[in-house]
Design a protein around this ligand. Structure first.
Ligand code: FES
Length: 367
């Protein structure tokens, strides 16, 4: 009798799952992932098909997403979801290939530098192999090309070249007629990422001028200066795209502003969270995660995302640098400092991004 009851309960449960119209993937995905990970529907699976070295610490990962992935614009970012030792991690990377590669070959490339202490980037460098499957989110980001041809200036530093590579390949493919200059700052020649690709673009696209500036090859370190800009014909009339370390981007913006290039003609994106100058002894405080009924204390400039994870909570996250908004969460009381701007929030209820919010005194978060 008991087993008949249990069987009928199981059948009812199975029936409910099968007709769960809100989220059928919650039922089917674990089964499908065992049969073929490319059939999973909760995220768009992408199979790693090739991995190659760009420099000693940077690799390109070529992925083949399932065909339902909607594609991207040159210069956009994407979140990836990857499982490491049974835990899922989300990270944001720039796509380093042109949208044409996706349209024509059905593949996309991520060019990723190993980061000191970077749990995910280092794991990918050391363990990810062709054949593995990871999850791919929709592409996002405002670092995009103008619609009509006009002269462009790119200023990149180190791995800040990745979204720019995507745009340059796209422009070269479309035979963009207006002049395009890239000033690419790297420590040494050996640190030029995608060197072969960049020189090939230069060869086949006459409107493109490539200038690699090595900052540590000579006796005196070289930094971006007005002299570099002077050498770019018609620099003041160019639309400018910047990607690299915060110091380089701040300096580039300042030099361009001084030349009268207006803010709306300067586009920038960054690859790690730039930190505003913060007075750390005014930071930290008691953090209450109200839904989890957990209270912890924090010190210094630790962001709420790190504090939550240290307390063994698993809030959603992606880029960890204030771009993707995946970590957005309700703060119900207390003040936080925005790591990017250095500005304080109001004391009341509002939406915040956990990865760039540093408590200043007691804070309660709906997590
Ligand atoms: S994790 Fe992307 S904005 Fe916070």
């Amino acid at each position: 009798m008991l087993s008949i009851l249990e069987n009928s309960r199981s059948i009812r449960w199975l029936g409910k799952q099968l007709f769960n119209r809100e989220d059928p993937s919650a039922f089917f995905d674990p089964l499908l992932s065992q049969l073929d990970p490319m059939m999973v529907r909760q995220y768009i699976p992408a199979r790693v098909i090739e991995i190659f070295d760009e420099t000693a610490d940077t690799k390109t990962f070529v992925l083949k997403p399932a065909t339902r992935w909607p594609g991207f614009g040159a210069g956009q970012h994407v979140n990836i979801c990857i499982e490491i030792d049974g835990t899922r991690h989300n990270r944001t990377f720039s796509l380093s290939c042109s949208p044409e590669q996706w349209r024509q070959q059905g593949t996309v490339s991520l060019t990723i530098k190993r980061l000191p202490g970077g749990r995910v980037t280092n794991w990918m460098h050391d363990n990810l192999k062709p054949g593995a499957v990871l999850g791919l989110g929709d592409a996002f980001g405002e670092f995009q090309l103008p619609v009509n041809p006009e002269p462009l200036l790119y200023i990149a530093g180190g791995s800040g070249i990745t979204p720019i590579l995507s745009q340059l390949e796209s422009l070269a493919g479309a035979d963009w007629r207006a002049p395009v200059t890239l000033l690419y700052f790297v420590r040494t020649q050996a640190d030029v990422i995608a060197a072969e690709k960049l020189y090939a673009i230069q060869q086949r696209w006459p409107a493109f001028s490539l200038n690699v500036v090595t900052t540590e090859d000579g006796d005196t370190p070289q930094y971006l200066s007005d002299q570099h800009l002077e050498q770019v014909p018609g620099v003041n009339a160019r639309r400018c795209y910047l990607c690299g370390p915060k110091g380089l981007m701040d300096l580039a913006s300042e030099l361009l502003h001084r030349r009268g290039v207006t803010e709306d003609r300067i586009h920038s994106t960054f690859f790690s969270a730039p930190a505003a100058a913060l007075v750390s002894d005014e930071l930290g405080g008691e953090v209450r995660f109200s839904r989890s009924e957990l209270t912890v204390s924090s010190e210094g400039d630790a962001a709420l995302l790190d504090i939550a994870e240290a307390a063994r909570l698993s809030p959603q996250s992606g880029c960890r640098m204030g771009i993707c908004h995946q970590c957005s969460c309700r703060k119900t009381s207390g003040t936080v400092i925005n790591r990017l701007t250095g500005k304080a929030s109001g004391p009341g209820e509002e939406s915040i991004q956990l990865c760039i919010s540093i408590p200043q005194g007691p804070v309660t978060v709906d997590l």
